[in-house]
Design a protein. Structure first.
Length: 79
């Protein structure tokens, strides 16, 4: 698989992450979920092994969205 194919595959997987999180957190606007996922993805930009990036993104975003839901607040910005 070349670099472009890997990027396309990762983009599709991240799109599925957004869809799953939108179903799991229906009270959050999709734009907020997309923003959180984008921040989580950027935290992993420098990681050379890309196979697990969508799983790591979903885990981090889910934690942030779940915490925000418990507190009745907006998700905190990624560090």
């Amino acid at each position: 698989m070349d670099t472009a194919e890997r990027q396309d595959h990762e983009d599709q997987a991240v799109g599925h992450v957004i869809d799953r999180l939108a179903e799991k957190f229906p009270d959050r606007p999709r734009s907020v979920i997309e923003h959180v996922v984008s921040e989580e993805r950027h935290l992993l930009d420098d990681k050379p092994l890309r196979d697990y990036i969508p799983v790591l993104i979903e885990h981090g975003a889910k934690n942030r969205l779940r915490t925000a839901a418990r507190l009745g607040a907006q998700p905190v910005q990624a560090q």
